[in-house]
Design a protein around this ligand. Structure first.
Ligand code: NCD
Length: 314
């Protein structure tokens, strides 16, 4: 089934073959993402970036992807300067963006906001993070980084470390890894365990979820260590955050017994979870991961918008 004109709200909106096709086309996009070659399948297209939460990599890599494909962006990067500040509803904002653009990339603090936007919008909506919900395009680039490092996704042993409760990137990634038959090891402070709703989706897929709170043990047999930031902004109160702040940190000591080919990933920004000394080791793959955001998002945008009409259902 073609992705043309579709919404991407949850990673579950994509089948395994669709994800595989996107990863293959992302690999072909690398020289274009690096600016070594040029293509313009979005030449007549405008993509709206509606970001109502802080972002550096996600917004800028989407913008870079649109530019590299020859398209144009219109951007709300600061909610304080948009009409949301004046009390405009999200659905009114989306209605308007639908008439100004060919697709909308939305980041919003409320879980479910992207699904709501997709109902309102006649144009494709891409979820760039809805509260503690989902972040499907981050998952695509996480998978692209693992596939580049190992040549495959199946059978990888992946440790998901940190804030598994509020971290939307792991909610999307865990599902996708289960689709590809990876082994998942969950390692988090007790208060930040993976929510039951997410577990309930994984278990019927036949994935065995292991839990390992001892970092050294979790790291020992891992192929991928996926580190996350504690999502301070999602805690109901500061005191709860302070109980878990700084409770894990990856440094060269923790990695001493790791497999030589272990890669450390992080969606970034990091806030102390990975010591800078790790950057110089062959394990550090998080900056490559941040670069791969561009070819992956190019592949996705080309699939959604790359031919003359971009309206849903056409
Ligand atoms: C993540 C996010 O916004 O969910 N960042 C990103 O998109 N690269 C992770 C985070 O903010 O911790």
């Amino acid at each position: 089934m073609s992705l043309h004109g579709r919404d991407v709200i949850s990673i579950r909106d994509l089948s395994r073959p669709e994800i595989e096709d996107l990863l293959a086309s992302a690999r072909r996009m690398i020289p274009y993402a690096e600016g070594k070659r040029a293509i313009h399948p979005l030449a007549d297209k405008i993509v709206a970036m509606a970001f109502f939460e802080p972002s550096t990599r996600t917004r800028l890599s989407f913008e870079s992807a649109v530019h590299r494909l020859g398209g144009h962006c219109i951007t709300i990067a600061d909610p304080l300067v948009s009409s949301l500040r004046k009390g405009e509803s999200l659905s009114d904002t989306i209605h308007m963006l639908t008439s100004y653009s060919d697709a909308i990339v939305l980041r919003h603090p409320n879980e479910g906001s992207a699904r709501l936007a997709a109902r309102v919008s006649e144009r494709p909506v891409i979820n760039a993070g809805d509260g503690a919900g989902q972040h499907p395009t981050q998952t695509l680039l996480d998978l692209a980084t693992m596939q580049e490092a190992f040549g495959t996704l199946s059978g990888l042993r992946v440790v998901l470390l940190g804030d598994l409760r509020y971290g939307r990137t792991v909610h999307s990634l865990a599902y996708a890894l289960a689709l590809f038959g990876a082994q998942l090891v969950l390692s988090s402070p007790a208060a930040l365990r993976l929510p039951d709703e997410v577990r309930d989706q994984l278990e019927p897929m036949g994935v065995k979820l292991e839990e390992e709170d001892q970092l050294h043990r979790a790291v020992r047999d891992a192929d991928v260590l996926y580190v996350t930031r504690i999502q301070k902004e999602r805690f109901p109160d500061e005191a709860e955050y302070l109980k878990v702040a700084g409770s894990y940190r990856i440094d060269n000591g923790v990695l001493a017994n790791a497999k030589p080919r272990l890669i450390v990933l992080h969606p970034l920004p990091r806030a102390g979870e990975i010591a800078p000394e790790v950057d110089a080791t062959p394990h550090a793959a998080y900056f490559r991961q941040a670069f791969l955001a561009v070819p992956v998002r190019m592949a996705l945008l080309e699939a959604l918008l790359g031919s003359p009409k971009a309206r849903k259902g056409e």
